[in-house]
Design a protein around this ligand. Structure first.
Ligand code: ACO
Length: 402
């Protein structure tokens, strides 16, 4: 076992906090979160009110610039984004090079990282003009990059952005339209998509946001920092849980819908299985985002007259788990990823794209943290310390004597 006092004598006093459970890494005024009470507010506004009254671009403006926009500010912001929705034609060759079955999150991270090869005169994090244009480019291009990755995976031609459409409408047409056939955009899909993007838009110092801050702390450019955030989000313990969750629900359905069996498996200390979409580092009562999404799920499925067995299973699983002492004692509740997949399915989004949608939602949050960090007078490169537990000095042995 680690002899902490011996190590302290040798290395000095270093806080050891693996997983950063209790370490503040930043002073921030972007998102307020109270995990005990289940409160989430962006710039002081409750997530419930924002979800009910705003669209995603309005909320993005709030996160990025700190205030809700006036009509004129919002119109200017939308216009700025519309100017940058296209990808450079040479970027198409990236897509040709990726294997057809490449995961769209892998494509997203790579293509976003490659933006810094196309905009080399806009990479200085200290130049406000360059940063502003890069923000517009990222926000505008991410849906195009995402939709192209889907079209690539199904072998259909890319559908270019149509700038008369709103952000969410445009994304849906790039995903689902096919050349020379009319595509009618369902307003219910647009509403559901806006809501999902809003509830994902920021969540203070989570794994991907901390990654964006950490990479940015070395003065790496915005595209490189966001690309790193996309990679961090992909993991199944973070944003990748939305895909993992629907795959788990699907498996339970195929297995006869016996939710009790899976709850027991998740409780088994000898098994590595966990209920995906359950538990959260900060929320210890309920996740307010999960509540909003569950309600919207219910409304959307009824409106579309869809009866999705996955939604039934999810609700049953929640009920069984929440009446089980294992989950109650550990304060494990459904998180944002538990019901979001049901809505994505209803809209027609394939399961491999779920985490990509999460990334589109989280983008304004990542950027806001990156710019907040750069604006801080106390900005320093992130450089955690360690507690060294290896041998301190060994005699070197020439290869023939090992
Ligand atoms: N199913 C079963 N048991 C669980 C689960 C779960 N989903 N989550 C946590 N536990 C148990 C752990 O085994 C542990 O039990 P123990 O005290 O007996 O050892 C206890 O609850 C605490 O769990 P930790 O892993 O220490 O909690 P941590 O805060 O480190 O992890 C996390 C949080 C990663 C979200 C975890 O709950 C998890 O793996 N959930 C499933 C994946 C998921 O849904 N991720 C999405 C999170 S939200 C987001 O990133 C957008």
């Amino acid at each position: 076992a680690l002899d902490i006092s011996k190590l302290r004598a040798e290395t000095g006093y270093i806080t050891l906090d693996e997983g950063y459970v209790n370490t503040g890494s930043a002073v921030s005024d972007i998102t307020y979160l109270d995990g005990e009470k289940g409160i989430l507010r962006y710039r002081g506004y409750s997530i419930e009110e924002l979800a009910a009254n705003c669209d995603f671009i309005e909320v993005s403006y709030l996160l990025l610039y700190g205030e809700l926009p006036s009509n004129e500010q919002l119109a200017n912001f939308r216009a700025a984004l519309r100017r940058h929705t296209m990808l450079h034609e040479d970027m198409r060759s990236f897509y040709n090079g990726f294997p057809r079955d490449a995961h769209p999150m892998a494509i997203l991270g790579s293509v976003v990282g490659a933006l810094s090869t196309f905009y080399q005169d806009y990479l200085d994090p200290k130049d406000p003009h360059q940063v502003e244009i890069s923000i517009h480019r990222l926000m505008a291009k991410l849906p195009t990059i995402a939709a192209f990755s889907y079209k690539k995976s199904i072998g259909q031609p890319f559908i270019y952005p149509l700038n008369k459409l709103s952000y969410c409408e445009n994304f849906l047409q790039m995903m689902f339209a096919v050349p020379s056939e009319p595509y009618e955009i369902d307003p219910d899909f647009v509403e559901a998509l806006n809501l999902l993007l809003i509830v994902h838009a920021d969540h203070e110092q989570n794994c991907s946001t901390s990654t964006v801050r950490m990479v940015g702390s070395s003065d790496a450019n915005l595209f490189a920092s966001i690309s790193a955030g996309i990679s961090a989000l992909w993991g199944p313990l973070h944003g990748g849980a939305n895909q993992a969750c629907v795959e788990m629900l699907e498996k339970i359905r195929e297995d006869g819908g016996n939710v009790g069996k899976y709850v027991d498996m998740a409780k088994d200390r000898n098994s590595s299985f966990r209920l995906m979409g359950f538990g959260h580092r900060v929320y210890k009562n309920f996740d307010p985002r999960a509540k909003i999404i569950k309600k919207s799920c219910d409304i959307l499925l009824k409106k579309l007259k869809i009866s999705d067995p996955i939604f039934e299973i999810a609700q049953e699983l929640e009920e069984v788990a929440l009446s089980d002492s294992y989950f109650v004692e550990r304060k494990l509740y459904p998180n944002v990823d538990f019901y979001s997949g049901v809505i994505y399915r209803a809209i027609g989004i394939p399961v491999q794209m779920f985490t990509v949608l999460f990334a589109m939602g989280r983008l304004p949050g990542w950027i806001s943290h990156w710019t907040e960090m750069h604006a801080s007078k106390n900005k320093r490169i992130s450089r955690p310390r360690q507690v060294y537990d290896g041998q301190t000095h060994r005699e070197f042995l020439p290869i023939e004597k090992r």
